[in-house]
Design a binder for this molecule. Structure first.
Ligand SMILES: Cc1cc2nc3c(=O)[nH]c(=O)nc-3n(C[C@H](O)[C@H](O)[C@H](O)COP(=O)(O)OP(=O)(O)OC[C@H]3O[C@@H](n4cnc5c(N)ncnc54)[C@H](O)[C@@H]3O)c2cc1C
Length: 402
């Protein structure tokens, strides 16, 4: 048996249909090393970090120093692509991160999914060369500032932040809300509407730009360590050379979202797997009436349902990753995968919480975090309803948004 098969058996015993076997040997090695680094640096403090609503920056950066999850040369073996690892590896990366903790996976997706894809799909050659390597090495932290206080689901038509051209510069005004990592990021892609042609464009606001202020939204009950910023943008000046040249309408933003929505489908899949393995482990150890609770029929039915949800979400994730790699994934595919995986995740975290009894609501058990964090994932990157409406429009030919 190859090293890869052995490593996968240890990493993902819940992958009963072998979806992860399509990962290359090098990709599995990186994920295996990532597991060790997560256990070493983040596992001892992650529950406390959640409790204190305090993102563990130092420990996170130790992990990405130990394992180069975006730019290890093994991820690029046999690929023409210089910046992006295979979509199948990206799926595996989200499985690994979200199975460990949803806040860590979310922090990564804001930087390495939303922000990074914005640069790759929206930047010209010079801009990609400037930003991408620094994002891949984590030298620069980035994020994605699209949502606004008054425009969430209707952002495509409603986006109200303005950009006015002034010679070689633009002047930005408006507000953004929920923007993960926006108070610590080095470069902030801000989406704004050009006052002249009314089209949505994207501007790379640099850290400490005058007129830019981001403050974390307090008192969240989901993804507590993540610093979701409320941003105020007052006469912020951005040079034309920092406007991403290939984003000239919301259609271009939608191309980015096709990728990032699939990333969130993967996060929902990883949370499903993490909640299931946490519950399985607990119920095998917890004894009532002189035997492990996992040995009772009613509990086994719930474990079987959770296991089934893991397989279903992995199936969606694997196929969307393949379609993206083939270059033929549409928004419909990402929306359906995100919608379905989130529904299965929500059922799984609930069942996992349930079979852990009272301990399932304390931070002593991993499933309590998954239970609370699933709610944010269910809503961000297109709520359940919005993704259902995208699917509904595609299958009926009838738009039902308004
Ligand atoms: C933890 C977290 C992290 C986030 N990170 C980011 C980020 O980094 N960058 C970023 O740009 N955004 C981010 N978001 C924003 C996220 O994408 C929005 O929350 C999401 O799009 C929903 O918008 P809203 O919260 O304003 O809800 P609303 O749009 O106000 O929706 C409220 C409810 O109404 C439903 N609804 C709305 N319209 C319809 C309709 N036509 N038909 C039926 N139902 C409808 C929605 O589905 C939802 O259930 C984040 C959000 C959260 C919670």
């Amino acid at each position: 048996m190859s090293n890869k098969v052995e490593m996968l058996k240890e990493l993902y015993p819940e992958d009963l249909y072998g979806f992860t076997q399509k990962l290359s040997e090098g990709e599995v090695e990186v994920l295996y090393e990532l597991r060790k680094a997560l256990e070493k640096h983040l596992d001892p403090i992650i529950a406390e970090s959640w409790n204190k609503a305090d993102f563990p920056f130092d420990e996170f950066y130790k992990v990405v120093e130990d394992v180069h999850i975006m730019n290890d040369p093994r991820l690029f073996e046999g690929r023409d692509e210089k910046y992006k690892a295979s979509e199948f590896y990206i799926m595996g990366l989200y499985l690994e991160l979200a199975r460990f903790d949803a806040s860590i996976a979310t922090f990564f997706t804001v930087h390495g999914g939303l922000g990074f894809n914005t640069v790759l799909l929206g930047g010209n050659e010079r801009q990609i060369e400037e930003f991408a390597p620094k994002i891949m090495s984590f030298e620069w932290q980035t994020c994605f500032a699209l949502t606004e206080p008054d425009h969430g689901s209707d952002i495509a038509g409603g986006l109200a932040t303005t950009a006015e051209r002034d010679g070689d510069e633009w002047i930005l005004n408006g507000e953004k809300r929920w923007i993960g990592g926006s108070d610590t990021a080095d470069i902030i892609p801000v989406f704004a509407r050009d006052t002249e042609d009314n089209q949505v464009k994207c501007f790379m606001v640099r850290k400490d730009a005058e007129g830019y202020e981001a403050s974390p939204i307090p008192d969240k009950v989901s993804l507590r360590p993540i610093r979701n910023g409320h941003i105020s943008i007052k006469n912020v000046r951005v040079a034309e050379e920092d406007r991403l040249q290939n984003i000239n309408s919301f259609k271009d933003v939608a191309r980015i979202l096709t990728f990032t929505r699939a990333d969130v489908a993967h996060i929902a899949m990883g949370v499903t797997a993490g909640a299931f393995v946490g519950a399985l482990d607990y119920t095998k150890k917890r004894e009532q009436f002189n035997k492990p609770v996992a040995g009772y029929q009613l509990v086994q039915e719930k474990l079987a349902r959770m296991q089934s949800n893991v397989v279903t979400t992995l199936a969606y994730s694997s196929r969307i990753a393949e379609m993206q790699e083939e270059g033929n994934a549409q928004m419909l595919n990402s929306s359906l995968a995100k919608m379905s995986n989130s529904l299965h995740m929500r059922e799984t975290v609930s069942l996992a919480r349930e079979v852990c009894g009272g301990n399932g609501i304390t931070l002593g058990s991993k499933v309590a975090r998954f239970f609370a964090d699933a709610e944010a994932i269910y809503t961000y990157e297109g709520s359940h309803e919005i993704n259902a409406l995208i699917v509904g429009r595609a299958i009926t030919g009838l738009g039902a948004f308004v």
